[in-house]
Design a protein around this ligand. Structure first.
Ligand code: MN
Length: 441
């Protein structure tokens, strides 16, 4: 990919200096620059300009330029080469990109990591990805035995286990308690305001991605048991807990957040210790996504959709886990009901987001990256790597909903489609008629 892009930079450069046309002076225009790039990668392709319907002015510019002297896209200043290599289309956009749609990429590998004894956490929220206003992602690691301390928050918490094993607990307001052990591929959903805990289990603790249904959420802003205790007057604690002052003196006076502890007893023993069936939650807050049959399995990959329809407690955060084989495409589509917050679990790929007002942006994604797609914006994702790519499409919504461009074009009257696309009926019939989600490469 790098070599291809370098070729494009070298030979597809366009004149962005002032261009004289007759008596007029035309100012450089970066919008026009990317439009002119639509010509292709070599001077001979310039001849096709008329075919792509460019303006007479742009045509004139091309005809008068000397390709061998063209230095429009040269970049003699400093460069961050590793970043350019990872995302070549950002610095040198493909000719179909145009305009500005705001930031659509960030990476957990750029986010500050808060490390404490027992694990760490870091987050991607609207502070670092300001376009994304609906959801925040937090990645967290707990070593074996370590706790993310008892806490609660203003947002719903959705999670997927990325590694290892954990024990989670959540209390319903009616006093019933949910406890479960989770492993790689499992989900949980804890409602806003419900108190919960997460503890790493053996042999090596756990790592998981949390998704909150607030774009400006911060893991540093959760409501903690330790701080609740630390900032309640001691005599009130004594009265509330019916403890004498010597016991109250032992209570924590500082935040715990993440801290090491002994490994717990077995799940069965913990369930028995809190009162067994009598206090068992009637609601199941975990979901075995890894053992779920794919919602759609296709030659190019598979998609698992989890939302309020198959995981009822999950009322506000819909998810699709997508696996694409090398070369496969998550088909051109958009989401009518919400913006998309995307997390890359494995592999690599390229996404273009096509907006209104002729705007489009292409970016490359790698594992641990976050993508953002505005609501109703068309997008595809292509696996550009040599291994499977896996990513999550997350929505602040009760259901996953998408509109397929193929599906629309094949379900609209064929003559109407011909009028729009200049394709005869036999060519239109080649377009897949039904929503496939994933199209093989
Ligand atoms: Mn999508």
């Amino acid at each position: 990919m790098k070599e291809v892009e370098k070729t494009a930079i070298g030979s597809d450069a366009e004149v962005v200096n002032e261009v004289t046309k007759g008596d007029e002076v035309h100012k450089p225009n970066t919008e026009g620059f990317s439009r002119r790039n639509f010509l292709g990668v070599s001077p001979t392709v310039l001849a096709t300009a008329a075919l792509v319907g460019l303006t007479a002015q742009a045509q004139d510019t091309r005809d008068t330029r000397k390709a061998d002297k063209d230095t429009s896209a040269s970049d003699p200043g400093p460069e961050n080469s590793p970043l350019l290599d990872e995302n070549p289309s950002s610095n040198m956009p493909p000719p179909t990109d145009h305009g500005d749609i705001g930031p659509i990429w960030y990476s957990f590998d750029l986010a500050h990591k808060r490390v404490q004894e027992g694990g760490w956490t870091h987050e991607v929220n609207s502070k670092v990805l300001p376009s994304s206003k609906d959801l925040t992602g937090v990645n967290m690691r707990l070593t074996a035995g370590s706790f993310r301390e008892f806490h609660w928050h203003t947002a719903d918490e959705w999670a997927i286990m990325e590694y290892g094993n954990a024990r989670v607990t959540v209390l319903n307001p009616d006093g019933t308690m949910f406890i479960d052990d989770v492993t790689k591929g499992d989900l949980w959903l804890f409602p806003a305001g419900y108190p919960l805990s997460i503890q790493g289990l053996g042999p090596d603790g756990c790592q998981f991605l949390l998704v909150f249904d607030e774009g400006d959420f911060s893991e540093d802003g959760t409501f903690l048991l330790s701080e609740t205790i630390a900032h309640t007057p001691r005599n009130i604690l004594a009265k509330n807990f019916r403890l004498d002052p010597s016991a109250v003196a032992k209570l924590p006076t500082d935040q715990l957040y993440i801290f090491p502890a002994k490994l717990p007893q077995s799940l069965a023993q913990d369930k028995a210790a809190i009162g067994g069936r009598r206090v068992e939650s009637p609601i199941r807050y975990t979901f075995k996504m890894s053992s779920m049959a794919p919602t759609r399995k296709a030659p190019g990959g598979e998609v698992r959709i989890v939302d309020s329809r198959n995981f009822p407690p999950n009322k506000n955060i819909a998810a699709a886990l997508v696996t694409l084989k090398p070369g496969a495409l998550r088909e051109l589509h958009w989401h009518p009901n919400a913006s998309e917050w995307q997390f890359w679990l494995a592999g690599k790929g390229r996404m273009t987001i096509i907006m209104n007002e002729g705007r489009a942006r292409t970016m490359y994604f790698n594992a641990n990256d976050v993508g953002f797609v505005p609501r109703v914006a068309t997008h595809y994702i292509e696996n550009t790597g040599t291994t499977d790519s896996t990513f999550l499409e997350m929505f602040k919504a009760d259901q996953f909903v998408d509109v397929s461009l193929n599906n629309w074009l094949r379900h609209a009257p064929p003559e109407a489609v011909t009028s729009h696309l200049n394709l005869g009926p036999e060519l239109i019939a080649k377009i897949p008629a039904e929503k496939e989600l994933v199209i093989a490469g």
